[in-house]
Ligand binder design. Structure first.
Ligand SMILES: C[S@@+](CC[C@H](N)C(=O)[O-])C[C@H]1O[C@@H](n2cnc3c(N)ncnc32)[C@H](O)[C@@H]1O
Length: 371
């Protein structure tokens, strides 16, 4: 099967139930014999197809449309002004989205770009990582890098030895906003596979303790594997289903609620989800987020910090949840945070990180202090 035929098979098997990134991962895993450059080509072809889907003529055969998607991506990279703001705003997101997030031309242009691959090195390996990996460029933070090469970083020996993590730059910013201090005890309440747990641990210099919970046992298993690779030992992985019963009676210095969300901020990296996410998802997830933030809030010590983060940009899940919580909980004060990308700007209590400003995922962060 040629790479083009493989890409067509992946596109045709992608659906709401089996998202393109999952089908792609499974297919490439089954075809481990595929050369790394062919595997990269297939991923680019699949993602370009969904990124440019609204420009593609539906009467063309699927393989031709995939090639058209790649041509559009190349043209946009070479001549972005050949595409008008209007057509980009109209075609880069589903129609319902304009009522739920500010679909500006700048955002649409950012969503049509090929995403940047960001890595975060463990502080003690920054020098070594930056010297060994080729095509690496310094990022906005001391331990962050933009990777412009085509190697499969998962196969890199430095990666396998836990010297660095692949982590979006907006996610890295969330860890920096938490700014946990050595000696503090934190709860990473929706820890998932541990991207932010590992970062919090690194920021604390591996000292003190992080409770890392999730409702998905398989994600916590992945977290344990990643933590082992990153030599991160100051965590406790526990099941928590999001209910009002926290996994421990501990009162925390800090809680990070990196809540499940509609993921609109990841539409650049994961374009298939533009066409599978619905308004109902946004509404249902906003209700879940309100429940989760209420359920973690009482586990803070007086003076403790609560950080709410979502990789989405819908009003309901961002300012909607944050304003609601501020109103409901008079025992919390809003806490102004510094935008890690603009440390000289005045701190704000609600922070939107836009893909067009960061070259990362869209992210929203709000913070409070327990009185
Ligand atoms: C945005 S992801 C977390 C990503 C993770 N913090 C990271 O940086 O890699 C949200 C997580 O919330 C978990 N989740 C979803 N619903 C939940 C619930 N009701 N209670 C607890 N966790 C939940 C999901 O399993 C998922 O891992």
């Amino acid at each position: 099967m040629t790479p083009l035929q493989l890409a067509a098979r992946i596109v045709s098997r992608s659906s709401v139930e089996t998202p393109a990134d999952m089908v792609l991962r499974q297919t490439l895993f089954r075809r481990r014999g595929l050369s790394p450059s062919d595997a990269t080509w297939v991923s680019r072809a699949v993602f370009s197809y969904f990124r440019w889907e609204r420009w593609l003529a539906s009467d063309r055969p699927l393989e031709s449309r995939i090639e058209d998607g790649l041509r559009l991506a190349a043209r946009f990279a070479a001549e972005p002004k050949a595409f008008s703001d209007d057509e980009l705003v109209r075609n880069s997101v589903p129609d319902w989205a304009t009522a739920h997030l500010p679909t500006t031309a700048a955002l649409a242009r950012a969503l049509q770009q090929e995403p940047t691959l960001w890595i975060r090195s463990r502080p003690e390996f920054t020098e070594e990582v930056s010297q060994r990996l080729r095509d690496l460029h310094p990022g906005p933070f001391a331990d962050s890098f933009r990777y412009a090469g085509r190697e499969d970083l998962f196969l890199d020996r430095g990666f396998q030895a836990g010297q660095f993590e692949i982590q979006d730059i907006a996610s890295q910013a969330v860890g920096r906003i938490c700014a946990p201090r050595a000696g503090e005890v934190w709860w990473d309440a929706c820890a998932g596979e541990g991207g932010k747990t590992l970062h919090l641990s690194a920021l604390m210099g591996g000292k003190s303790l992080i409770w890392a919970s999730d409702r998905a046992a398989w994600r916590l298993d992945r977290l344990r594997q990643r933590a082992g690779r990153a030599k991160c030992f100051n965590y406790r992985a526990v099941h928590w289903d999001g209910s009002e019963h926290p996994p421990t009676k501990t009162r925390f210095d800090g809680i990070l609620l990196d809540a499940p969300c509609s993921g609109l901020g990841t539409w650049g990296r994961n374009p298939h989800s533009r066409w599978t996410t619905t308004v109902q998802d946004v509404e249902e997830l906003a209700a879940i987020q309100r429940q989760l933030i209420m359920n973690v809030a009482d586990s803070l010590k007086p003076g403790g910090r609560l950080i709410y983060a979502v990789c989405t940009l819908s009003h309901a899940e961002t300012t909607g949840v944050a304003d609601w919580f501020t109103q409901e909980r008079s025992d919390f004060d809003t806490l102004a945070v510094v935008n890690p990308f603009q440390p000289d700007e005045p701190p704000v209590t609600q922070l939107h990180l836009w893909p067009q400003d960061t070259a990362g995922n869209g992210m929203f962060v709000a913070a409070w202090k327990k009185l």
